[in-house]
Design a protein around this ligand. Structure first.
Ligand SMILES: O=C(O)C(=O)C[C@]1(C(=O)O)C=C[C@@H](O)C=C1
Length: 255
């Protein structure tokens, strides 16, 4: 299991380290997706490109990929949430013993629909060029890597919330019982950490995404993904959605 959750080392610090590591994956996955143009035919619900399947080609590719991964046990891992959870086949492999640190109510939280809409409708147009190069399958594979990385990071809010609850049950229990989401949101918010996260991801996009030039006269930096887009991704979507997952988790924590 990923760093931060494996039994003995379940602390806010170790979970934050896991979130920091996931930033690298998110930034690199966006850089990979930026190799392809928009390829909007992939997302068009009116182009029935696959005989017998009605819906956008990206849905077809993601559904089929998730089905294979489900059979290989991907969604038995409490860190993973599918984008198309209906009718997923069960795992065919022997169960791995994932440490069960979450409250059982956490399993029902899946906000992938919101992540999908944000990614396709708001984020993609900010960092890919217009155009169509016909590489639909590769583009969709890239999209899925981005989506899964974002989904894993945002749903990590369940683990963050669990540790915050365990660290201060007396603070959290009254607003949980009162179902007071505003108080819960205030309790779990750490503005200093949020500022640091946004600054760090912008820097990572700057370092990882620069076009590297062998000559020294690179006065003008060119980026594969604009660092300000990555900062905005975290500011407008990743952090708010992680907090939404945290609140959703806490509300169920005493059920
Ligand atoms: O690190 C935490 O304490 C978190 O809850 C995670 C996170 C984030 O999404 O980065 C969300 C809320 C906090 O205000 C700070 C950071």
């Amino acid at each position: 299991m990923a760093e931060g959750i494996s039994g003995s080392e379940f602390t806010l610090d170790s979970i934050r380290k896991a979130l920091i590591r996931q930033e690298d994956v998110i930034v690199f996955s966006l850089i990979e997706r930026a190799r392809f143009p928009m390829n909007s035919a992939l997302y068009n619900p009116r182009l029935d490109l696959v005989p017998g399947f009605s819906g956008p080609l990206v849905d077809f590719i993601v559904k089929e990929t998730e089905a294979v991964q489900a059979k290989a046990g991907r969604y038995v891992n409490p860190e993973e949430n599918p984008f198309f959870p209906d009718n997923l086949p069960p795992s065919m492999i022997p169960n791995h013993n994932y440490s069960q640190v979450l409250h059982p109510g956490g399993a029902s939280i899946n906000i992938n629909k919101a992540i999908w809409d944000m990614y396709l409708n708001q984020l993609l147009p900010l960092f890919v060029d217009a155009g169509d190069d016909g590489n639909y399958a590769s583009t969709a594979a890239s999209d899925l890597i981005c989506l899964q990385a974002l989904s894993r990071r945002i749903h990590y809010g369940k683990f963050v919330a669990e540790i915050k609850f365990r660290d201060a049950p007396n603070d959290y229990e009254p607003p949980i019982r009162a179902k007071d989401t505003d108080v819960l949101m205030k309790l779990l918010t750490d503005e200093r950490v949020e500022k640091m996260v946004k600054k760090r991801v912008e820097k990572k996009a700057d370092v990882f995404g620069q076009d590297v030039n062998a000559s020294n006269n690179a006065d003008i930096k060119r980026y594969k993904v604009d660092p300000s887009v990555v900062a905005r991704l975290y500011d407008e979507w990743v952090i708010p959605l992680t907090k939404l997952v945290e609140v959703e988790y806490l509300i169920r924590r005493l059920d």
